[in-house]
Design a protein around this ligand. Structure first.
Ligand code: PMP
Length: 419
């Protein structure tokens, strides 16, 4: 049975029923190597509930046409569905204005947009962009591209042995040349939840704009961008149980209005002539070409889904499972957890003495267990911890104790075999 998204969430909702939640995800019934699939790679990409899959199918079957183009009914219906999804994202993020929500392909594209359109024109040789050592490459490389073009540089605030930022060290890295700050709300490797409200206050006290990478946050932590007051915030739909191919850039309207377009093409223009072209209003100025219309509409369904479960209830479930997994994995000989911050969510990254993470991933796969191995697009962070690679189990709203038991038993066998 799928969750009815329109159902109001009553104050007396029953305790989080993970068995019922799992039935909303068709793929979780899959068997791998003749065993039940144990999917522990939700931080890389979440699985999709039936409501999201059905919304995609229904949209293509009943409502599909290009948007903003046709006077005919179908095109207007598709446009209305796209508009409704944008307003859902606006509400989900607590944004004041729907025009502050730009649809992109993913979080990566949203950061590239800000780096190219907002930062690049204000950056000069010798300027600095401040990030942290725990950033995903998506929150490092776009800034390096902008910096390299003018002889500026990207500076990283250090991470402690537990995987936390020191606010003093962070402030120490800010100089009169710092033009932009960009920080992950939640680290995809360490699970550390950064004190983003405090970081925004630190940035704004020095008149420095700040972008928050919420790719690993929006699925666990309620967001209110007006309260947070960040200049920009990004996330990807696919990590929020929505489809891949759609992401979101939130930007303050004053910034978006002042920024030049990122890409040129259809839909982002007001008038085009060979004498000169003028731009459409925000957010459309940043949405050149036909977007992933069905993906956008299905992202709206994903938001409905997580809101119906309740982000607080999801977070409580996940942190209980994370604590259970942490206790269990700590019993295994030679296993070292990377990232033990006090404020932590959803991911458990580890190294096993004498065993290559790639071998862990391959052997767990034989037991039907999907974990991520490698550098998780965070090479500087791995370097900081003296590792070339690690293994990561990540927890989602459907993860159970049985998943963790299967994972830990399999990991124990790997250790016995290879250590
Ligand atoms: N930032 C963080 C913290 C991430 O975990 C990821 C995805 N692993 C990204 C950015 C990039 O997301 P996407 O690949 O969907 O653009």
């Amino acid at each position: 049975m799928t969750l009815t998204v329109d159902r109001p969430v009553a104050a007396d909702v029953p305790a989080y029923d993970v068995a019922r939640v799992r039935r909303d995800f068709p793929i979780l019934a899959t068997r791998m190597n003749d065993r039940p699939l144990v999917y522990l790679d939700t931080a890389a990409s979440a699985q999709k509930p039936a409501i999201v899959i059905d919304t995609l199918k229904r949209f293509y079957e009943q409502d599909y046409a290009n948007i903003h183009r046709g006077v005919y009914d179908l095109s207007q219906r598709a446009t209305a569905a796209d508009d409704a999804a944008r307003r859902k994202v606006q509400r989900f993020l607590g944004a004041a204005d729907w025009r502050e929500i730009v649809f992109t392909r993913n979080a990566t594209e949203a950061i590239n947009l800000v780096a190219a359109s907002f930062l690049r024109p204000r950056l000069q040789a010798g300027d600095e962009v401040l990030v942290t050592e725990m950033e995903h490459h998506a929150n490092i490389v776009p800034w390096q591209l902008a910096a390299d073009a003018v002889g500026a540089k990207v500076v990283a605030a250090p991470v402690s042995d537990t995987g936390e930022l020191s606010l003093d060290a962070f402030v120490d890295r800010i100089t009169p040349r710092t033009r932009m700050i960009a920080v992950a709300w939640v680290s995809n490797v360490l699970g550390t939840v950064n004190p983003v409200h405090e970081l925004v206050r630190i940035a704004h006290a020095r008149d420095i704009p700040i972008l928050i990478d919420a790719a690993q946050a929006v699925q666990h932590i309620p967001v209110d961008v007006q309260d947070l007051d960040a200049d920009f915030l990004v996330f990807s739909g696919h990590k929020l149980y929505g489809p891949s191919g759609v992401g979101v850039l939130y930007g303050k309207a004053t910034h978006l209005e002042a920024m030049p377009p990122y890409q040129g093409g259809g839909d982002m223009i007001d008038r085009v002539s060979f004498a000169g072209t003028t731009w459409n209003e925000i957010p459309f100025k940043f949405e050149a070409g036909t977007p992933d219309i069905a993906g956008i509409v299905a992202l709206g369904a994903a938001i409905d889904y997580v809101e119906a479960l309740g982000l607080e209830a999801i977070a409580a479930h996940e942190s209980e499972v994370l604590a259970y997994a942490t206790r269990a994995i700590n019993q295994l000989p030679g296993v070292r957890i990377i990232g033990t911050a006090r404020e932590k969510c959803s991911v458990l990254t580890f190294a096993m003495e004498g065993v290559h993470p790639q071998d862990i991933g391959a052997l767990l796969d034989l037991d039907g267990i999907a974990v991520r191995t490698g550098h998780h697009c965070a090479m500087p962070l791995h370097e900081r911890f003296g590792l070339a690679a690690s293994a990561r189990a990540s927890i989602g709203l459907y993860t159970t104790h049985e998943d963790i038991d299967a994972f830990v038993a399999s990991l124990r066998r790997v250790g016995e075999m290879l250590q």
